[in-house]
Design a protein around this ligand. Structure first.
Ligand code: 26V
Length: 829
């Protein structure tokens, strides 16, 4: 590894003097922050006060590197990456920052000298939950990897006042409550009122004759909203370098209508303020429905426009006002279609504001922009009613129409064009009212379009982008997702990390592929014992958390089996809970069999309006109630649904899991990233041939992963043949018994009909193939139990999982984006 900025050896010499001195200095800076920034006397300071003081002290450490990095980027005049994402699911920052800076132990010692417990204090930090799930967490991992690899990058998004809702389980049902991460202040961000941009909405477009016979367009928006920047430094591994996450907050340009106020109409007077503020108020639970809401479109345009204005301004300042250099100096990555309006917005900036001709503007736009697709689910593909677009963004729609015209003309001019209708290729979908297909706009405006796993990319070529792919066969590329080891191994599982560095050496901390060296421990039984010990400690810690939150006792010697992710029918938590019931029935029927004690752990949120998913959560809790309280089982089987899943809870569950559930209907999970985190920590996967599971199998070896069920092709084929659930169930008495129990209210005696609709769907259409995959899943679960009895085989497989998943590091993913899409060279190679 080499670093042009500063090498590791130099950095440790410069940044880390004698240890005691450092502890004393840290302690002093925490006390100073407590006194002068928080304004509290140590005698009365609460955990929160100490947390703020510690975070501000850490931030000072980061700021120096941040300023140095910013200066280095400016001086180098190099190309920058701009990652536009409506979601950044970063979680807590204190421990992660300290861990990346190598200061955890010293901070712990400094606080201990002040009589403060670091572990208690780090738990009072609120999660920054500015995302729904995989897409948002990926953006956070990517930001960390770009800082680690010293790629000059800016993340751009929205500073939501309220992030992902808080999930409370009452009587087994999910309830959603607003989340208030900013209420007590956010120590990590720096407000930049100077970096404010005005974002327009609505109004009219004026056409003027230009000097040389051309036509100029002047947009006169009806409404103006200020986008105010809040910057958070993202510090990379070993703390040498930091990038900026810039999140926009919306403010009314004119917050008060004084005329109304003076008339005494205070409500109306504040209307502009409220309307503007609404834009950055809440994160949409985007797994919900195609957010038809105008507010969602306003959010998307708001942050896209502010970000493009910001990056163009930076470019002009840095590169002598030469906008033509933009593709050489900026790579813009669209994280899904949420910022797809960037295509039209950049065209507008280039043509209307910089007076470039269309062709040149189009070349600059497409050379600069790239787009990542994260789902093929038709209901999840964004499209906006043309009428709404024309009202809200009239100038952008003119540009979109022109893009579409030129695109369709080009198709008609192709030699192979046979006069067939071009509906499938058009940017406008005429089927369900006229709607603008955002995925097509993003595809046309990008030089590269990527999927997030090999299978997903192939399915993109065959399905959603079939026609566009035929036209542009080189545009779609694969970039399999990755995760940052710094958070998901080093910070979340320090004991395992310690063992790994002992076995393969310190270099594993800088090079994920070095994990391969751990394979030599595969058959070492002494090593197995140590791993088992570490896992047991982690399970005990999780058991304490569960006891505190749910008053349920877990046996740390039981097999912990975790399904932790958004609750969605395609992810098939239902398959898991039905098989749990089958296991329960079997345990009751054959109590003297050599059962493996098991804990089924569930955690995840359902979109507030997704009734079915919420019903599945209730079913899990109802089943848990019956099973956990059945004295006949003697605690052999436990089911827990841990509420309010978030990044911090994931960090507690993942190091404690023995089995990782990745059981989506094949062809439906674009990639998954939890699968990678769990395998990295040594959990064995039970999974379908879906998303990145396939690539995980290829790397860990098929003997070390439990793959079951239909392939994506088989799913498609079976769906074509029509419903076949009835015959399947008829051949499976075990499943029939489970479905009867659910349908007749065994788990819901207070409302026997509660799960009728779930069972009706399974016996009818069964779109997600729960019944079709049931037998294979149940058989595989039994094989896992048999495997558990063979401790040598189990830990061998576990070692080989950890050893072989280094490739799923987000550093590898980012290197691929850098080389194949952005054309930037990381400073760390
Ligand atoms: C969106 C929607 C919206 C409408 C209703 C159903 C539904 C279901 C899923 C989604 C997914 C939104 C995009 C997303 O988060 N995709 C996830 O991206 C991860 C990072 O690439 C990837 O690992 C996950 O497999 C993928 O689901």
């Amino acid at each position: 590894m080499s670093s042009a900025l500063i090498s590791s050896a130099d950095a440790s010499r410069i940044a880390i003097p004698a240890e005691d001195e450092d502890v004393a200095a840290l302690r002093q800076s925490v006390v100073t922050k407590l006194t002068y920034a928080v304004g509290r006397d140590p005698i009365v300071a609460t955990d929160w006060d100490w947390f703020m003081a510690a975070a501000l002290a850490v931030r000072d450490h980061v700021l120096e590197r941040w300023l140095a990095s910013t200066r280095a980027n400016y001086d180098s005049q190099g190309k920058r990456v701009y990652y536009l994402s409506l979601e950044f699911l970063i979680g807590r920052l204190l421990h992660d920052s300290l861990s990346n800076l190598g200061l955890v132990d010293r901070m712990r010692a400094a606080l201990a000298e002040l009589g403060v417990d670091y572990d208690r204090l780090r738990n009072v930090e609120h999660d920054a939950a500015l995302g729904n799930g995989g897409l948002g967490r990926l953006a956070a991992c990517f930001m960390e990897s770009m800082a680690t690899l010293q790629i000059a990058a800016h993340g751009y998004g929205i500073r939501y006042d309220h992030g992902m809702f808080r999930q409370v389980i009452k009587d087994g049902w999910q309830h959603e409550y607003p989340e208030n991460w900013l209420t007590f202040g956010n120590p990590w961000e720096v407000t930049r009122p100077d970096a404010t941009h005005v974002v327009g909405f609505g109004g009219t477009v004026e056409t003027r004759a230009g000097a040389d016979g051309t036509t100029c367009y002047v947009w006169h928006p009806a409404e103006a909203v200020d986008a105010v920047a809040y910057d958070t430094p993202v510090v990379g591994w070993r703390g040498h370098y930091a990038n900026t996450l810039r999140l926009w907050s919306a403010r009314a340009a004119d917050p008060l209508r004084l005329d109304a106020f003076n008339r005494g109409d205070h409500i109306r007077a504040l209307e502009p303020r409220d309307r503007a503020n609404a834009i950055s108020q809440v994160l949409y639970p985007s797994d919900e429905t195609p957010a038809g809401q105008e507010l969602r479109l306003r959010q998307e345009y708001f942050f896209t426009s502010a970000s493009l204005q910001d990056l163009v301004l930076r470019h002009m300042r840095q590169h002598k006002g030469d906008i033509r250099l933009l593709p050489d100096k900026a790579a813009i990555q669209l994280n899904d279609t949420h910022p797809a309006i960037a295509v039209a917005e950049l065209m507008r900036i280039l043509i209307d504001l910089h007076a470039l001709p269309w062709e040149e503007a189009w070349r600059i736009t497409t050379d600069t922009i790239a787009y990542t697709n994260h789902t093929l689910l038709p209901e999840a593909l964004e499209s906006w009613p043309v009428s709404l677009m024309e009202r809200l963004l009239p100038r952008h729609m003119q540009i979109v129409y022109q893009i579409n015209r030129l695109h369709l003309d080009a198709v008609r001019a192709l030699p192979q064009f046979d006069g067939a209708p071009l509906a499938a290729l058009s940017l406008i979908d005429d089927n369900a009212g006229r709607r603008l297909r955002m995925s097509s706009l993003a595809f046309l405006g990008a030089h590269k379009v990527n999927g997030v796993s090999a299978l997903h990319t192939e399915l993109m070529r065959q399905t959603v982008f079939r026609e566009l792919h035929q036209l542009y066969p080189d545009r779609i590329v694969n970039k399999t997702n990755g995760i940052t080891l710094r958070r998901w191994l080093f910070a979340a599982n320090p004991r395992l990390t310690g063992l790994l560095t002992e076995v393969v050496g310190e270099r594993v901390l800088d090079d994920a592929e070095a994990l391969a060296g751990f394979a030599k421990a595969a058959d070492d039984t002494a090593m197995h014992d140590r791993l088992a010990h570490i896992r047991r400690d982690n399970k005990q810690a999780l058991a304490r958390l569960v006891a505190e939150r749910l008053q349920i006792t877990l046996d740390p010697d039981a097999l912990f089996d975790a399904q932790i992710k958004r609750v969605h029918e395609y992810k098939r938590q239902l398959l898991n809970i039905l098989e749990t019931i089958a296991l329960y029935n079997d345990m009751r029927a054959r109590p003297t069999s050599n059962w493996v004690p098991r804990v089924r752990i569930f955690a995840g949120k359902a979109a507030g309006s997704y009734r079915r998913a919420k019903l599945i959560i209730k079913l899990i809790n109802d089943v848990a109630n019956v099973i956990n309280n059945d004295p006949a089982l003697g605690g052999l089987l436990k089911v827990v649904f841990i509420p309010d899943y978030n990044v911090s809870l994931a960090e507690a569950i993942i190091p404690a899991a023995d089995v990782s559930e990745q059981i989506s209907t094949a062809g439906m999970e674009a990639s998954g990233t939890g699968n990678m985190k769990l395998a990295l920590n040594g959990a064995l996967t039970i999974g379908t041939l879906d998303g990145a599971n396939i690539e995980i199998r290829d790397r860990v070896g098929q003997d070390n992963i439990f793959i079951f069920g239909m392939t994506a092709d088989e799913v498609e084929e079976r769906r074509r043949r029509g419903p076949g659930a009835r015959e399947t169930i008829d051949g499976l008495p075990v499943l029939q018994e489970v479905l009867d129990a659910v349908a007749y209210g065994v788990f819901s005696p207070d409302e026997p009909q509660r799960y009728r609709e779930l069972v009706d769907e399974l016996t009818g259409n069964d779109h997600f193939m729960v019944t079709a995959d049931f037998a294979a899943y149940a058989a595989m679960q039994r094989r896992i139990s048999a495997h558990w009895h063979d401790r040598r085989a189990w830990w061998r497989a576990s070692v080989l999982n950890t050893a072989n998943v280094g490739w799923f590091s987000s550093d590898r993913a980012i290197r691929e984006y850098a080389a194949d899409i952005w054309n930037v060279v990381p400073r760390i190679t």
